[in-house]
Design a protein around this ligand. Structure first.
Ligand code: P71
Length: 471
């Protein structure tokens, strides 16, 4: 018998194939507009993928935020919304879900992650304080700055190296943390801002061992630890896969164990929690809770809805129950990895190891001839859209913004373009189409020139900045 021509993914890797633990019961048609139409759309959008209309996008990998597909159970939950202004039963369901799966005592709902970031920053930060953390996130740092603080990066060096294969590139470097304490004093550090899977580093995890060391160290120094739990479930998956002693523990057990090492967390429920909108703050200390619960009524809404409808809170509570399913997390991360494997196999520079929520193209290497001032990551996102209607996101010099004190551009070591995979939305075939498009623009990279910024807003400039191609 002649050898078979086609091989499944599993066969290619010498194992049995696995599949997503769900089937599709409702679809949303998508289509690709013509190249001329894409060129027009890109011009209209000032070469910024945030300014494209989604109807002009074919495969949308801008973000995994609020873009997940909800389950039938979540949609059923939407019909059970208790839209009372105060004391909605859906809030109590949400409170129970957060207490059971994350383990924190007090819960304050918010409209999304940055609402919770504002509350925790305002509750804890005094003018002149320093907040060390494992790499900045745009909105997190901005709220820390607006509250009077200065963020200082204390992530391990490997996180800034796209080719380092360190299994836990999200880890905190305790020597760097000690140096910050020596410089500003522990009294001027309200908390360590710890993120589970570090978004800007490429979705890289923190090990349980590192979290334990950090906890012990902070206990000695009298500093609290608060967690950005936005993608902590994906972090739990990497611990289960890579850290000794965790292979036989469930995602739910690992999540709880990790959260127990922290004093509270803020959350963008639009990611791990599998909903299209929502967020929360959860803390163990009564004093912080009281402040946040009082402030939420100023900025978000009453403390039993915080900007969410009752039905949103119900879908969120159910999403929390679903997110810890080991098969779900496995399928989610493996899909991201599948895309990463294709690209690395074709020698296209990406951040390795592949992270939990996205593949990050290393634009510095991809467009080695384009200087950082000409926005290589932004250029890459624009080229990818032109080639195939695939939308991605700049995560480089545009996102890094300016130093608020000096007004100078920040030049981040990482100049990346993010292909972010929504949860339970796209198939392996979509990943193939994306990979081929990346390959196509990689093959013609020598002809590509960079961009010039022609409009720059004051805050979070990446959302609304406009560019023009350099000729
Ligand atoms: C993402 C987002 C959404 C986003 C935010 C800012 C710029 C571009 C896109 C949001 C996060 C996040 C982490 C680790 C807090 C937030 C804010 N991520 N922490 O990656 O990733 O949450 O969007 O619900 O307000 O596309 P929020």
């Amino acid at each position: 018998m002649s050898p078979a021509k086609y091989q499944t993914m599993g066969q290619q890797e010498g194992r049995r194939s696995w599949a997503e633990p769900w089937k599709i019961k409702m679809v949303e048609p998508i289509h690709m507009i013509t190249r001329e139409e894409r060129q027009h759309a890109l011009d209209e959008a000032g070469y910024n993928t945030f300014l494209l209309r989604s109807a002009d996008v074919y495969i949308d990998l801008l973000t995994d935020s609020g873009t997940s597909a909800m389950s039938d159970r979540q949609w059923a939950g939407m019909m059970m919304g208790d839209e009372s202004y105060a004391g909605s039963r859906n809030f109590y369901h949400l409170e129970d879900a957060i207490r059971s799966y994350y383990g924190y005592k007090h819960i304050v709902p918010t409209h999304q992650g940055r609402g919770a970031e504002q509350l925790i920053s305002k509750a804890l930060i005094q003018q002149g304080d320093t907040i060390p953390g494992n790499m900045y996130f745009t909105t997190t740092r901005l709220h820390q700055e607006l509250a009077g603080g200065t963020f200082v990066d204390v992530i391990i060096d490997e996180a800034h190296d796209p080719s380092s294969l360190h299994p836990f590139k999200g880890n905190v470097d305790l020597n760097k943390l000690q140096a910050v304490i020596d410089k500003v004093g522990a009294d001027n550090i309200p908390y360590v801002s710890l993120a589970g899977t570090v978004n800007m580093a490429g979705g890289q995890p923190v090990s349980m061992a590192n979290a334990k060391e950090l906890r012990a160290f902070c206990n000695q120094q009298g500093i609290r630890v608060y967690l950005d739990a936005t993608r902590m479930v994906e972090n739990a998956f990497f611990i289960q896969e890579r850290e000794e002693g965790y292979a036989n523990k469930s995602i739910a057990e690992i999540l709880k164990e990790f959260c127990d090492l922290t004093d509270g967390a803020w959350m963008s429920a639009k990611k791990d929690n599998l909903v299209n909108i929502g967020g929360w703050l959860a803390v163990n200390h009564e004093d912080v809770f009281e402040k946040a619960r009082n402030m939420v009524v100023i900025y978000e809404g009453l403390h039993t809805y915080g900007g969410m409808a009752g039905r949103d809170m119900e879908a969120l509570a159910i999403g929390i129950e679903e997110m810890v399913d080991d098969h779900h997390v496995h399928a989610r991360v493996e899909q991201v990895r599948y895309l990463g494997k294709l690209l690395t196999d074709w020698e296209i520079p990406i951040v390795v190891p592949a992270g939990g929520h996205a593949i990050f193209l290393n634009a510095k290497k991809f467009y080695a001839h384009i200087p950082q001032d000409h926005f290589p990551s932004q250029t890459l996102a624009a080229q990818l859209y032109l080639d195939s209607g695939v939308r991605s996101m700049e995560r480089g010099i545009v996102s890094a913004g300016r130093n608020p004190e000096t007004g100078e551009n920040r030049y981040p070591a990482l100049e990346l373009t993010r292909l972010t995979i929504p949860r339970r939305v796209y198939t392996q075939a979509h990943m193939d189409v994306v990979a081929e498009s990346v390959k196509n623009i990689f093959d013609s990279r020598a002809q590509t020139k960079g961009l010039k910024m022609i409009y720059e807003p004051a805050y979070l400039r990446f959302f609304q900045a406009r560019f023009e191609p350099l000729r």
